[in-house]
Design a protein around this ligand. Structure first.
Ligand SMILES: NC(=O)c1ccc[n+]([C@@H]2O[C@H](COP(=O)([O-])OP(=O)(O)OC[C@H]3O[C@@H](n4cnc5c(N)ncnc54)[C@H](O)[C@@H]3O)[C@@H](O)[C@H]2O)c1
Length: 404
C-alpha cells in the first residue's frame, strides 16, 4: 500500500515500482542496449535463455551503437532469437528521448560508463553496467551517488560471481566446506595478444585513458570481484607492474599501450587470509590460468572441483545441486534476473554497484602500490585518500577527449 504521509516524490516512486512490477509480470518492460560490440551477443543469449525458461521480464525494444552497421547486425541477432526487431539508433541521447525505456544495459569502453549512466538516470532509466563499474574509483563513487540522487537502480553484470556455479562456490565457502580460506592463488597469463594483436581484439583495452589500466583491470577486475565475494574484503595489497611491450599491432592498427601488460601482486584479506595474484598479457608461447582457494579442510577450484582432506572430490554439478538450485545457470541470464528483482522489489543484487566499486578499488590499490612502491590499503582507494595512479588515468582520459 502507498503510505501518504511520505513526501510526494516517494509516493510517485512507489507507484512507479508497483506499475513496473505489474508490467514485468506480463513481459512488457522495455530494455535497450547501448553498445553492440563483443559482449552484446552473450547478453542476448542470456536474455534468450531466460525467455526459454519463461522468466524474461524484458523486451529488447531498442539498440544503439555509433557504428550503424554493428547495431543493424545486432538487431538481426535479436530478430533471429526473439522474432522482434528492435529500433536502431546511433545516438543514445536520441534513443533515451524517443523510447519509453525502463532499463538499459551499457556495453561500452570504460571511459564512457559514468557519463552515459548519469544521462540514463536523468532520463528516468535504470542501468545495468558492465564490469568494471567505471574507468576509475572516483567515477565509480560518482555513479553510486548519482544512482541515489536520481533514485534509480544501478547493477553490474559481473559474470564471475553470477550463475548457478559461481553462486554455489561462494555459498559453499561461506558454509565452511573447505574451512577458513588461508591462501588464494590466481594466475592469468594470456597469449591472446599474440593471437589477435590486442586482447579482446580491441586496441582501446590497452590504453588507460579508455580502459583504466591494462589486463589487470579488464580481466583482473573479474577476479578481484570473485576474491571478495568468496572470502570477504581485501585489506592491503602490494604490486609490481610493467608495460613490457611498448608497441602492439594487429596489422591494421598500431598503438603504444599505456595500460600495464604484466602485474605481480600479493595481498591480505581482512580475515587474515593471504593471496598471490598475477595478471599478464605479455606472455608468449604458452598460456596459463587458474584459481585455487586453499582452506583449512580442502581446496576449491572455481569451474573445476573441490578436493577435501581424505581424497573426496566434489564436482561443480554436485556443488550446484546442494547450494544453488534456485539460480539460473547462465551468468548473463542471472544478471538480468538481478536487474529485474532490483527494479521490482528493491532486492540487493549479488553483483551490486557497491561490490563492483570494491573490486575496482582492489585493482587500483594494486596499481597505486606499483606506482608509489608501498603496500596500499584498499579502503584508502575506496575513500579517495590515495589516487596517484588514478590521476594518471584521468589525465590521459582528458587528453584523449580533448583530441576528439
Ligand atoms: N565477460 C564479461 O563480462 C565481459 C566481456 C567482454 C567485455 N565486457 C565489458 O563490456 C563492455 C564492452 O566491451 P566490448 O568488448 O563489447 O567492447 P567493444 O569495443 O567490442 O564494443 C563497444 C561498442 O560500443 C560502441 N560505442 C562506442 N561509443 C559509443 C557511444 N557513444 N554510443 C553507442 N555505442 C558506442 C562501439 O562502436 C562498439 O561497437 C566493457 O565494459 C567490457 O569491459 C565484459
Amino acid at each position: 500500500m502507498v503510505s501518504w504521509d511520505r513526501s510526494h516524490e516517494t509516493v510517485l516512486i512507489r507507484v512507479e515500482a508497483i506499475l513496473v512490477k505489474y508490467m514485468m509480470g506480463v513481459n512488457m518492460v522495455n530494455l535497450a542496449f547501448i553498445g553492440c560490440g563483443n559482449i552484446s551477443v552473450d547478453h542476448l543469449q542470456g536474455l534468450f535463455e531466460l525467455k526459454q525458461l519463461g522468466r524474461n521480464p524484458f523486451e529488447l525494444t531498442a539498440v544503439c551503437d555509433i557504428q550503424r552497421e554493428r547495431a543493424e547486425n545486432f538487431s538481426k541477432e535479436v530478430e533471429s532469437r526473439f522474432g522482434t526487431i528492435p529500433r536502431i539508433y546511433t545516438d543514445y541521447r536520441e534513443m533515451l528521448e524517443k523510447e519509453e525505456l525502463t532499463a538499459v544495459s551499457v556495453l561500452l569502453s570504460h571511459d564512457l560508463h559514468h557519463t552515459i549512466t548519469e544521462d540514463c538516470f536523468a532520463a528516468g532509466v535504470h542501468v545495468q553496467m558492465q564490469k568494471p563499474l567505471a574507468i576509475s574509483p572516483s567515477f565509480g563513487r560518482k555513479m553510486l551517488a548519482d544512482a541515489e540522487k536520481y533514485n534509480r537502480v544501478l547493477t553490474v553484470s559481473e559474470p564471475i560471481v553470477l550463475g548457478a556455479e559461481a553462486v554455489a562456490v561462494a555459498r559453499a565457502v561461506k558454509d565452511g566446506l573447505i574451512g577458513p580460506v588461508h591462501l588464494t592463488i590466481d594466475y592469468a597469463a594470456t597469449t591472446e595478444v599474440t593471437e589477435r594483436g590486442f586482447f579482446g581484439g580491441t586496441p582501446w583495452r590497452h590504453m588507460k585513458g579508455k580502459a583504466g589500466a591494462g589486463w589487470i583491470n579488464d580481466h583482473g577486475v573479474h577476479h578481484a570481484h570473485m576474491f571478495t565475494e568468496i572470502n570477504g574484503s581485501i585489506k592491503e595489497i602490494f604490486a609490481y607492474t610493467e608495460i613490457f611491450e611498448k608497441e602492439l599491432t594487429d596489422g591494421k592498427v598500431t598503438i603504444q599501450p599505456t595500460g600495464e601488460d604484466t602485474a605481480v601482486t600479493v595481498f591480505r584479506f581482512e580475515n587474515g587470509g593471504l593471496g598471490h595474484w598475477m595478471c599478464a598479457s605479455a606472455v608468449h608461447g604458452e598460456r596459463t590460468n587458474g584459481t585455487w582457494f586453499y582452506g583449512g579442510k580442502g581446496c576449491l577450484r572455481p569451474g573445476k572441483h573441490v578436493s577435501l582432506d581424505g581424497g573426496k572430490v566434489i564436482t561443480m554439478r554436485e556443488l550446484v545441486e546442494k547450494y544453488a538450485q534456485d539460480v539460473v545457470e547462465n551468468p548473463f541470464a542471472h544478471s538480468y534476473v538481478e536487474l529485474a528483482e532490483a527494479i521490482m522489489d528493491g532486492k540487493k543484487p549479488i553483483s551490486s554497484a557497491e561490490k563492483g566499486l570494491e573490486a575496482l578499488s582492489v585493482v587500483f590499490a594494486a596499481l597505486e602500490s606499483a606506482t608509489i612502491g608501498q603496500p596500499v590499503k584498499v579502503q584508502d582507494i575506496l575513500d579517495g585518500k590515495k589516487h596517484t595512479y588514478e590521476d594518471t588515468v584521468i589525465k590521459e582520459m582528458e587528453a584523449l577527449k580533448a583530441r576528439l
